[in-house]
Ligand binder design. Structure first.
Ligand SMILES: C=C(O[C@@H]1C=C(C(=O)O)C=C[C@H]1O)C(=O)O
Length: 244
């Protein structure tokens, strides 16, 4: 797995991957925030056949274990020969996905917090940008599988009895992260650069220059309320299947 250091899986490599993806999440959100909400892109039927919305048509296809499809039933065959990833995760890792929760969180909670009300008509562009946000969030959150694998490998004697007894929960000490240095600092740094002074839309309902950024309090909320808890859910789900 490239994102977490190939076969040399280590906590340091996994932490690097988490931090790198947090930066990518911020950039993806900033790009999406350049457009207003564009609610029509999410209306059922807007995407043609099957009564789907436009955004639901953007199902990418995935080759790495940390890339989890949002619509697994719709995956096209790969167009290019792809390099197979080193098998560092337990085979049941592919069954662990919280994409439904990410999808719901993104559209119901997050999107209204970092986009302005309005409609600029550029729906296709908007949903491509939404999908970029969703994919990077999903990738970041599913790195939890690697976090869990590292923890398990470091202390199988501690984890195995807990797995057998199904005793994990998000709040258990085995799942709580050791504070990752630099995390708060990087959010603050982004905060300085991306402070959103005025969230009001302009006359055309398009986002102007001063509105192209993402409020740092939204980023804190995103991580504290959604990304970290979902990463922990992934860890728990993965560990519960680790001995299957
Ligand atoms: C990766 C670590 O912790 C993990 C990091 C998380 C996160 O950043 O979302 C979530 C759960 C923790 O288990 C660590 O402690 O180094």
């Amino acid at each position: 797995m490239d994102a977490a250091g190939g076969e040399q899986l280590s906590l340091a490599a996994v932490r690097d991957a988490l931090v790198r993806l947090e930066d990518s999440v911020v950039f993806a959100l900033i790009e999406r925030a350049r457009h207003p909400r564009n609610a029509a892109a999410y209306a059922p039927g807007g995407g043609g056949a099957g009564g789907r919305s436009l955004v639901e048509f953007f199902a990418g296809h995935y080759q790495n274990p940390e890339d989890v499809p949002f619509f697994p039933q719709d995956l096209p065959s790969p167009l290019f020969p792809t390099k197979s990833s080193p098998k560092v995760l337990h085979p049941s890792a592919s069954l662990v996905t919280v994409n439904d929760a990410i999808w719901k969180m993104y559209f119901d909670e997050l999107l209204p917090l970092f986009t302005v009300d309005g409609d600029d008509g550029s729906y296709a562009e908007t949903v491509v940008l939404d999908f970029a946000c969703l994919q990077v969030l999903s990738r970041r959150i599913h790195i939890g599988k690697y976090v869990a694998e590292v923890k398990f490998k470091d202390a199988p004697q501690d984890y195995s009895p807990l797995i057998q007894a199904k005793q994990f929960s998000d709040g258990s000490a085995h799942i709580q992260g050791r504070q990752r240095e630099g995390q708060e600092e990087s959010r603050e740094t982004f905060g300085q650069n991306v402070t959103l002074e005025d969230n009001a839309s302009n006359e055309q309902g398009t986002a102007g220059d001063s509105e192209c950024k993402v409020d740092p309090t939204v980023l804190s909320k995103l991580y504290d309320q959604w990304v970290m808890p979902l990463t922990k859910d992934v860890e728990v789900e993965y560990l519960l299947r680790r001995l299957d």
